[in-house]
Design a protein around this ligand. Structure first.
Ligand code: FES
Length: 67
């Protein structure tokens, strides 16, 4: 869960290599994968995908239950 601030841009890690999960730390270089931007209009808590299998990036869609 991420407590996100309104108007702030976050970058969700799509590659799984980041040491700052679930956010990108630049470790995707050379993988061919790129992070997914996220910006909320209101402060809020969001559940971001940790398993990287979601079909609704960057949000959790329950795919981790099927691994
Ligand atoms: S570190 Fe994973 S997308 Fe940037």
């Amino acid at each position: 869960m991420l407590a996100a601030e309104a108007g702030k841009e976050y970058w969700w890690c799509a590659c799984g290599r980041s040491r700052s999960q679930p956010l990108c730390d630049g470790s995707h270089r050379g993988t061919g994968l790129t992070p997914v931007p996220l910006k909320l209009e209101q402060d809020g808590e969001v559940w971001l995908c940790g398993c990287k299998q979601t079909q609704n990036k960057p949000f959790c869609d329950g795919s981790h239950n099927r691994l």
